[in-house]
Design a protein around this ligand. Structure first.
Ligand code: ADE
Length: 244
């Protein structure tokens, strides 16, 4: 998978690509990330990337010419998904990350100031994605959020693919609690079941803990998934316990 990022401040993005899973994915050639400065696609003496909005309002708008030149240079065959990061986009989630991880080429456009000229949206952009209902000062951090979420589900990136499969959200439930040594810390014991060596019972316990966490913290997620009779009975017992 190749990801090209077009940004006014590439230096925000570089350091995060040099550690952990993203660094390993690039070393293994599973992932290539190229971060481009929008200024490199200007042709005027002042390397101008922004200008005043027509009609008079506060703020500056990213000019169309450098963005058109950048996307046409990076996507000559028009085969890439061209994603604009904006609070107006589709809310990002794990299934979008997984779907995008199957693409071969993504171009991420990071906005700044008041946004981009609308004609860039109309002609170049195939998807708009938001990372949440708040406004950041630019699209660089949202682009990093996408690269990280996508990069870590690329099959060979993780080394421990199973670990990604059991994360919160990869099964539409929140993750269960985890413990490591020591078994007793400042008087706090780990749940006994984890020492039982009974793997089936441990898996069952983990699954119930995931259901419980999801029920307590994100009941909205439970409405979106299909539950079996056993799960439903367990959730009913949690609901009863809450009422008592
Ligand atoms: N740019 C500024 N804020 C953003 C957000 N919440 N999501 C995506 N891009 C953004």
């Amino acid at each position: 998978m190749k990801i090209d990022v077009i940004a006014l401040f590439p230096e925000i993005i570089f350091p995060a690509l040099q550690v952990g899973i993203l660094s390993r994915a690039q070393d293994a050639d599973v992932l290539t990330v190229n971060v481009h400065s929008l200024r490199d696609f200007t042709t005027d003496r002042h390397k101008s990337v922004d200008d005043y909005p027509y009609g008079g309002e506060a703020g500056m708008i990213l000019k169309p010419e450098p963005l058109f030149r950048a996307v046409r240079t990076l996507n000559p065959q028009l085969t890439a998904r061209v994603i604009y990061l904006t609070p107006q986009g589709t809310p990002f989630n794990q299934s979008i990350a997984e779907a995008l991880s199957l693409e071969s080429h993504l171009i991420l456009i990071c906005g700044r100031y008041k946004g981009i000229d609308e004609r860039v949206r109309e002609k170049l952009i195939t998807d708009e994605i938001s990372i949440g209902d708040y406004v950041l000062s630019g699209g660089e951090i949202p682009a990093l959020v996408l690269i990280d979420a996508i990069g870590r589900v690329l099959p060979r990136a993780l080394g421990d693919y199973e670990s990604a499969q059991s994360d919160s959200f990869s099964q539409e439930l929140l993750d269960c609690p985890h413990y490591t040594r020591p078994a007793e810390f400042e008087g706090m014991q780990i749940p006994e079941i984890l020492l039982s060596g009974h793997h089936e019972k441990i898996d069952r316990w983990r699954y119930e803990q995931s259901l419980k966490r999801t029920f307590e913290r994100r009941p909205d997620l439970l409405e979106k998934i299909e539950l079996g009779d056993e799960e439903r009975a367990y959730l009913n017992s949690l609901e009863k316990a809450e009422e008592a």
